[in-house]
Write a protein that binds this ligand. Structure first.
Ligand code: B12
Length: 432
């Protein structure tokens, strides 16, 4: 069979020349596909979807924010009789909705299901849903088919070592969809995959939710990475800085930056969002320790919790400056379907738009408790603009001069985004 796998972009025409990261699910699905089938991957953020070509199956991945575009692509292929399957976080959270646009929906992780689906399709027995009740063991995964990716990525060589998260943060999809039990790959399986690109790249990314959630595993992984002499980035928690051996192994194995969900500088918020392992009083000390080990901190902050009022924006900016955070991602609290916060806000009748394309963490989609939706949208736009304004941005670029080739494109991009403030979405009721 000829199979097309698509990562949706924002729309048919908007294209970028450099995409930050690949959508890792697609090269992994390609690797799970038996070799007799031909697989083509299209990343719509930079490429055009070949609607005119003939495929036996089109597989589309969707997050909530990209789901509407995923449905449009699905509808176009189905109009001409092509079979379409949808998978990923959003179809897994809203399978009934996704089924209105697809011949089949894969709910949950695809290992085992994808192979079954392809067999069924060949036999003409495609089912509507493929569901996993459990979470697959991932000890040994085949190497992702990164060779099938055609566009330019800021960081193309990405790997995953663990899945699942023991924490149940109220706003996050991960523990709900990947389970609260932490699963990991065998270290030799990871090292084999990374080694495939030994001559191709110096810098790699680990797409784990928390690369240090099991310190014993992480230490072993980092030790095994040292001989490969790579530089790497991933996600983790600040708390690892208290484990001297762990942070020093992270440094020795090439960690240059960690994306950390700091979320809030208000302890009360962290407690209510079930993220009390983040301790505000420790933030500055821990960040300093990362810096002593040459590791940059990309802090993620969320605005709009019920305890937040309009003072949150200035307080957060001051904290970031004071703690010398190297890069920041700002998000507006977003009730992703399936999360605790979604059910809470829905039950309280506070969600005013179900336009999923606005669930991109940059738009307000619900009524905040201690400010108006307009104030939250404006405050977010302002923080973004101030943080990425040239005087502040250059200060950080110079502080991190060793990584200028990554810092400059990222800063230029975010500076551009910050000069295009987001508008408050219109109210759109839930589809019935
Ligand atoms: C790496 C990552 C990123 C990277 C790269 C994203 C990208 N475009 O590839 C960056 C940092 C850029 C990013 C950005 C964002 N992200 Co992100 N990200 C992740 C993370 C940590 C890992 C994703 C990953 O690569 N996993 C590895 C692959 C192999 O797993 P997978 O994608 O789940 O695929 C498996 C199955 O889902 C399934 N599957 C998936 N697609 C398909 C398709 C078909 C046809 C089939 C059959 C099966 C299938 O099969 C795969 C194998 O089992 C996840 C958290 C997580 N644990 O999933 C969040 C996550 C996906 N991100 C999320 C969000 C919200 C965002 C942002 C909106 C955040 C923001 N503040 O801007 C943006 C959106 C950017 C965009 N439009 O692409 C949410 C999505 C939730 C949702 N319901 O939509 C997640 C789940 C995190 C969370 N806290 O809830 N993200």
């Amino acid at each position: 069979m000829k199979i097309l796998l698509v990562a949706p972009g924002p729309n048919e025409h908007k294209k970028v020349k450099l995409v930050p990261f690949p959508q890792a699910s697609l090269p992994l699905l390609a690797a799970l596909t038996p070799p007799q089938h031909e697989v083509v991957i299209v990343d719509e953020r930079a490429e055009y979807v070949p609607f005119e070509e003939q495929f036996d199956l089109v597989g589309i991945t969707a997050m909530t924010a990209t789901s509407q575009r995923a449905y449009q692509i699905a509808d176009r292929f189905r109009e001409k009789g092509t079979k379409v399957v949808l998978g990923g976080m959003h179809p897994s959270a809203c399978p009934e909705e996704a089924l209105q646009h697809a011949d089949a929906v894969v709910i949950g992780e695809a290992e085992g299901l994808w192979e079954q689906l392809l067999e069924d399709l060949e036999k003409g027995e495609l089912k509507k849903t493929y569901t996993r009740e459990d979470f697959p063991a991932i000890y040994r995964l085949p190497p992702s088919r990164l060779d099938l990716l055609k566009c330019r990525y800021l960081l193309k060589y990405v790997f995953q070592t663990t899945r699942g998260c023991p924490h149940g943060c109220s706003f996050c999809s991960v523990s709900r969809f990947m389970g609260r039990k932490y699963r990991h790959r065998d270290i030799d399986n990871v090292i084999e995959e990374v080694s495939l690109y030994q001559d191709k790249t110096r810098i790699i990314g680990f797409l784990d939710d928390n690369i240090v959630s099991n310190p014993r595993y992480s230490k072993e992984l980092f030790r095994a990475l040292i001989p490969l002499k790579k530089k790497w980035v991933s996600q983790g928690t600040l708390n690892i800085a208290d484990d001297d051996e762990l942070i020093s192994l992270a440094q020795k194995s090439g960690c240059i930056a960690l994306f950390v969900g700091i979320e809030s500088v208000n302890e009360e918020i962290l407690k209510n969002a079930h993220k009390s392992f983040n301790k505000v009083k420790n933030y500055k000390r821990l960040i300093e320790k990362f810096h002593q080990h040459g590791i940059m901190i990309i802090g993620s902050f969320v605005f709009g919790f019920d305890e937040d009022d309009t003072s949150v924006f200035q307080k957060t900016l001051e904290f970031i400056e004071d703690a010398k955070i190297d890069f920041a991602q700002f998000s507006i609290l977003t009730p992703l379907p399936g999360t605790e916060i979604f059910y809470q806000l829905k039950n309280e009748n506070r969600i005013f738009t179900y336009d999923w394309s606005k669930y991109d963490f940059a738009h307000v989609v619900y009524q905040p408790a201690r400010m108006t939706a307009e104030e939250l949208q404006k405050g977010y736009n302002e923080v973004f603009r101030k943080f990425y304004s040239w005087p502040l941005a250059w200060k950080r670029v110079l502080r991190n001069w060793k990584y200028l080739h990554y810092f400059i494109p990222a800063t230029l991009y975010y500076n551009w985004v910050s000069r295009h403030p987001k508008e408050l979405p219109n109210s759109i009721p839930e589809a019935t």
